[in-house]
Design a protein around this ligand. Structure first.
Ligand code: FES
Length: 83
């Protein structure tokens, strides 16, 4: 495991056999689906996205990933993002 800092955010990379993070498991919605909702509605923030398609209201572990998705369009993460 390697921990690096990217733009002030701690990113933990696992060496092998880790599963990609692709969804909010509490709300059963993928980042790909959320990205589509964001694009269709011109959404650029998590708060705006949550108003249109509720997610991220339980453990909130998905929120840093969705923030990153809104920044660069990534929908599958091979590393952990810890804010
Ligand atoms: S993974 Fe999104 S609220 Fe738990």
């Amino acid at each position: 495991m390697v921990t690096i800092i990217q733009n002030g955010t701690r990113v933990v990379r696992y060496s092998q056999n880790s599963m990609a993070v692709t969804r909010c498991i509490c709300s059963m919605v993928t980042f790909r689906q959320l990205k589509q909702v964001a694009q269709e509605n011109g959404i650029t923030t998590v708060d705006e996205l949550q108003r249109v398609r509720p997610f991220g209201l339980s453990c909130k572990l998905c929120l840093p990933y969705v923030r990153q998705m809104l920044k660069d369009g990534t929908t599958e993460f091979e590393h952990s993002i810890i804010e």
